[in-house]
Design a protein around this ligand. Structure first.
Ligand code: FAD
Ligand code: UDP
Length: 366
């Protein structure tokens, strides 16, 4: 096969690009070093038949009708709004912080109209929101910051809130009402048969050849005429020539509970202050699967291991910019995706970015 495009990585970035290019008549070879497609969104049944996410819980949500409609070509959906409780002392309280959180934590009875003035009293206004600590203190003040954010962030990133860019904590809103959904996007659904089934349909096209368990470095010389779309870590592509870009990793401790139909009240429980893990997710909430037992996962953050999160802070952004300059100067290769663009993107943002990138390639290389 002489592909027009050699795509590295079969996650959302690589798979969406593959489909767009194949439908335009291009021959695509899509490779992934893992044994499966789907990237970090890959799901599979565990030994007990429960559909789990081996690389941590993935909940789809978007405000983009375009992204939702694009993925709808490859999957039906199950309506699902994710809810998260945080363990603070002996209480399980809604996070994002809302009216219920404040009332239950402090034994108050504030109305929706009173919550903003309560927050106004406790918040520590910041003129400029540079760090995640600025964001949290500016919106909820010191006590709520310490109870819900400081410990969780230290565990998750191995860094203080003050060492992370504002965008990290800004992912979590503060609410005056009783809305206890984790996300407020207009489309909140899970793929009805799971992510892997969706990826299988996306990649089922005569123009796409898929090779799993195949590392780019072992085949890069075999297709010298193919344009490369690279969705792995950008520093690895350039042999870490400026040093390693930090990516935060996780270790996932999966467990099946054979005689427990439901382990916890909501999809995820966060542990800001106790334990070495950050959160426990019970997959049956996400998937709606019926099963006599249940499967859960605990997430233990760590420095070493598979790269999962870019670490948003100014010095890392500066190092990324140096790699980005190399990427812009490189011929015959396009960088797309969370690891290649070093951006803390959700799945929907990756789909949008990949659609734009593939369309752009078709315009410049018709
Ligand atoms: P990836 O899915 O990482 O795919 C990149 C692929 O490239 C990998 O499969 C890798 O094996 C392959 N690769 C790398 N190097 C090579 C090489 N040299 N040769 C061959 N293959 C290579 N987003 C949400 O919207 N909702 C969520 O609830 C959510 N939860 C998340 C939970 C966790 C724990 C994590 C880590 C992420 C979560 N995300 C979530 C983000 C989501 O995973 C990403 O936005 C999305 O999967 C990124 O897709 P991608 O294709 O850019 O990267
Ligand atoms: N966060 C926190 N406490 C929580 C939830 C989130 O401190 O209970 C902070 C933490 O820094 C985390 C960030 O907000 O990394 C973003 O949270 P999100 O749930 O979006 O993280 P992800 O699902 O991407 O791991």
């Amino acid at each position: 096969m002489h592909p027009d495009y050699l795509i590295v990585g079969a996650g959302f970035a690589g798979s969406v690009c593959a489909r767009v290019l194949a439908e335009a008549g291009k021959a695509v070879l899509l490779v992934d070093k893992r044994r499966h497609i789907g990237g970090n969104a890959y799901d599979e049944r565990d030994a007990h038949g429960v559909l789990i996410h081996p690389y941590g819980p993935h909940i789809f949500h978007t405000n983009s009708k375009k992204v939702f409609e694009y993925l709808s070509r490859f999957t039906a959906w199950r309506f699902y709004e994710h809810r998260v409780l945080a363990q603070v002392g002996a209480q399980l309280l809604p996070i994002p912080i809302n009216r219920t959180t404040i009332n239950q934590l402090y034994g108050l009875n504030l109305s929706e109209d009173e919550v903003p003035s309560y927050l106004e009293k406790v918040r520590q206004p910041r003129e400029s929101l540079q760090t995640s600590e600025d964001v949290v203190l500016n919106s909820v003040g010191l006590d709520l910051c310490d109870k819900f954010f400081r410990g969780y962030t230290k565990k998750q990133w191995g860094l203080e809130l003050s060492q992370l860019s504002a965008g990290v904590a800004a992912r979590i809103p503060t609410r005056s009402n009783d809305d206890d959904r984790y996300f407020s996007d207009s489309f909140q659904f899970m793929p009805a048969e799971g992510y892997t089934a969706m990826f299988e349909r996306m990649l089922d096209h005569p123009g796409i050849a898929v090779r799993t368990s195949c590392d780019f470095k072992d085949i890069r010389d075999q297709h010298p005429r193919a344009h490369i779309i690279y969705t792995g870590p950008i520093d690895a592509y350039f042999d870490h020539c400026y040093g390693a870009l930090p990516y935060r990793s996780l270790s996932f401790a999966h467990e099946h509970l054979a005689d427990t139909a439901q382990f916890q009240a909501v999809g995820t429980v966060n542990f800001p202050n106790e334990h070495a893990y950050t959160r426990i997710t019970e997959f049956k909430h996400l998937t709606g699967q019926q099963h006599v037992g249940t499967s859960i996962v605990r997430e233990y953050p760590q420095a070493e291991g598979d790269p999962y999160y870019p670490v948003p802070r100014p010095e890392n952004e500066a190092l990324f910019k140096r790699y980005q300059a190399l990427a812009e100067a490189a011929q015959g290769v396009t960088f797309v995706g969370r690891l290649a663009q070093y951006r803390y993107y959700n799945m929907d943002q990756i789909v949008a970015t990949a659609l734009t990138a593939a369309q752009g390639l078709l315009e410049t290389q018709p």
